[in-house]
Design a protein around this ligand. Structure first.
Ligand SMILES: NC(=O)c1ccc[n+]([C@@H]2O[C@H](COP(=O)([O-])OP(=O)(O)OC[C@H]3O[C@@H](n4cnc5c(N)ncnc54)[C@H](OP(=O)(O)O)[C@@H]3O)[C@@H](O)[C@H]2O)c1
Length: 313
């Protein structure tokens, strides 16, 4: 039987339940995929709980934006894929499922170097990191401060920024400092005294900051250390950014992304895949849950775990 995970009311992880999926053939420009892994992102839980407001629920709302699997059918007008191809997909609705039909625009070939779980881990974190860095024009000569450096978004931010020639200071728990260092950033423990520790780690000064943590400390530290507020962006506290005179990319911001920013999001995943094949980019995998245990996966993402959580149908 083909199934998906959905909810019919906002609430805790327990509102997630399995629903049967009707057989769906791909339409024009679409690809049908048997899902091998679905990525679990914090936004999935924020939308489910109602923490991130969304439209009223009028029918079972499916969950999940990113995944990987094998093509089972190809719709008219799709040239790039054949039945049996290993693929990954990002930016869709309903990735927590045994099967999904998506626009071919969201589908990418998955090389053998990239496991299904790794492919499912790429979409949202990689697109967000890449778009934020491009929007802030991060490159050689910059010293970037990234808050939440040990998370999925933070790790992608560090890797792109280092590749593009920036020096990177990343906030992290002590426990996760080695992972951050291995990616090429200087780890700095978040918590009391952060500003002094960042100054010590970057005596040349910080030119640009990305907040993937969402704490007051992250915002205050960035504002204190970065001279130009137009080079500070939050990915989490979008509603507060305007009042602080800093930038926000989604994260609850009332300002939608620009067409250019959407274009950057779209180009990020193929860039990351190519870098992974070349050995210049990695994703950290975390716990795996069965699709039927999506409730437990959401408890885990809300509690915080090391590495990307994936669901396996
Ligand atoms: N705007 C967007 O488009 C967008 C896209 C993706 C994600 N986001 C948001 O960005 C945030 C991070 O997402 P993610 O996928 O990277 O999550 P994640 O993988 O769960 O990582 C969360 C990170 O937060 C860090 N953290 C926890 N407490 C902290 C504190 N007090 N100070 C600083 N850092 C702290 C954790 O560090 P330790 O484990 O070292 O404690 C961990 O690195 C989430 O709020 C998510 O909703 C926004």
């Amino acid at each position: 039987m083909t199934t998906a995970i959905a909810y019919t009311e906002f609430g805790g992880p327990e509102v997630l339940h399995e629903i049967p999926l009707p057989e769906q053939a791909p339409g024009s420009g679409e690809v049908a995929i048997r899902v091998a892994a679905a990525g679990v992102n914090p936004i999935d839980a924020k939308l489910r709980s109602g923490l991130r407001p969304s439209a009223a629920i009028t029918e079972p709302r499916r969950v999940g934006a990113d995944g990987a699997g094998v093509v089972t059918a190809v719709g008219a007008g799709v040239d790039g894929f054949r039945v049996g191809d290993s693929v990954l997909f990002s930016g869709v609705s309903g990735a927590y499922a045994t099967d999904i039909v998506v626009s071919a625009r969201h589908v990418f070939a998955r090389p053998t170097h990239v496991s299904a779980a790794e492919g499912a881990a790429l979409g949202i974190p990689v697109s967000t990191a890449y778009q934020a860095l491009r929007s802030l024009a991060v490159g050689a000569g910059d010293t970037l401060l990234v808050h939440g450096g040990s998370g999925a978004v933070g790790q992608a931010v560090i890797q792109f920024a280092v590749l593009w020639g920036a020096d990177v200071v990343a906030t992290t728990s002590d426990r996760r400092a080695e992972r951050v260092r291995a990616l090429g950033a200087i780890p700095v423990a978040y918590g009391d005294g952060l500003i002094d520790r960042v100054r010590e780690a970057a005596p040349q000064g910080v030119t640009v900051a990305i907040d993937a943590a969402g704490t007051d400390e992250a915002l205050e530290t960035s504002i204190e250390l970065v001279p130009d507020r137009h080079r500070i962006a939050t990915l989490v506290r979008g509603r507060d950014a305007g009042g602080l005179g800093i930038r926000a990319f989604s994260g609850g911001s009332p300002d939608p992304l620009t067409a250019q920013q959407q274009t950057w999001r779209a180009e990020a995943v193929p860039v990351a895949i190519a870098l992974m094949v070349a050995g210049h980019f990695s994703v950290e995998l975390g716990p795996t849950f069965a699709l039927a245990d999506a409730t437990e996966a959401h408890r885990a993402v809300e509690a915080g775990v090391d590495g990307k959580i994936t669901l396996v149908p």
